[in-house]
Design a protein around this ligand. Structure first.
Ligand SMILES: C[S@@+](CC[C@H](N)C(=O)[O-])C[C@H]1O[C@@H](n2cnc3c(N)ncnc32)[C@H](O)[C@@H]1O
Length: 226
């Protein structure tokens, strides 16, 4: 699926989030940098937007590595970063279940809009989260920006209507890939609440988890501490 969607991926993201995805990644980048890290991993980096946002906001020396298992996504990330930032992050091919890094290598692992892919009804969930814990330094943070479930029942009803009506149809129309956008809309409709994400992260061994909702809870930023 993630080798098929790249040509239209960025455009569709902007359209279906009404342009808000950029601000949400920028907010996640600010959260990553608030902990004054020296080394950051952007896990499942896709076309590199979180890495680029971090690189743009960073002052001083900072190593940023984006990792993804889709080479077509990484190719776009490399070209985009070369165009947009002076200090281009490194973009490497790799699998979230077997991270090619030593233990305690990163101060921050960030992930934007891919936590759902790794953890929602996915048998690799436990392995992928254990890998994040392994490569994080003690006290390091796992910063997750992801779609979420609004707490208000009314907003949640509207949000689901929007996902099944607009997101699915526009994604399908612009990409021509029906199953990719069916998966996107349905997994977003059914994805975990912030409390369930917290439970998952604590269950795997994180010490504490905080949450900050974005746009009435349609998305949010979770920060888990190793
Ligand atoms: C919805 S995209 C998000 C991309 C990017 N982080 C963003 O903000 O747009 C999900 C990404 O996760 C990657 N991915 C999914 N499972 C993966 C795995 N097991 N290992 C590495 N990358 C994975 C896909 O290739 C895809 O690029």
């Amino acid at each position: 699926m993630f080798t098929a969607v790249p040509p239209s991926y960025d455009l569709i993201n902007h359209v279906i989030t009404l342009g808000m995805d950029r601000n949400w990644r920028r907010a996640a980048a600010r959260t990553c940098l608030a902990f004054t890290p020296q080394r950051i991993l952007d896990l499942a980096c896709g076309t590199g937007d979180l890495s680029i946002a971090i690189s743009r906001q960073a002052k001083g020396k900072l190593e940023i590595i984006g990792l993804d298992y889709s080479e077509p996504m990484l190719e776009i990330a490399r070209k985009k970063a070369a165009r947009l930032v002076a200090n281009s992050p490194d973009f490497v091919l790799g699998d979230a279940t077997r991270l090619p890094f030593p233990e305690e290598n990163f101060d921050i692992v960030g992930i934007s809009f891919a936590f759902r892919n790794l953890t929602y009804h996915n048998p690799i969930t436990q392995t992928a989260l254990e890998e994040v814990l392994r490569v994080l330094a003690p006290g390091g943070r796992f910063v997750i920006v992801e779609s979420s479930q609004p707490s208000s029942q009314f907003i949640r009803w509207f949000f689901r209507l929007y996902l099944r009506g607009f997101v699915f149809n526009i994604g399908y129309l612009l990409s021509g890939n029906r199953s990719a956008y069916e998966y996107l809309a349905e997994s977003m409709v059914r994805f975990y609440t912030p409390a369930e994400v917290r439970e998952l992260l604590i269950g795997v061994g994180f010490k504490s988890v905080s949450y900050c909702p974005l746009f009435f809870g349609a998305a949010g930023i979770h920060v888990a501490v190793k």
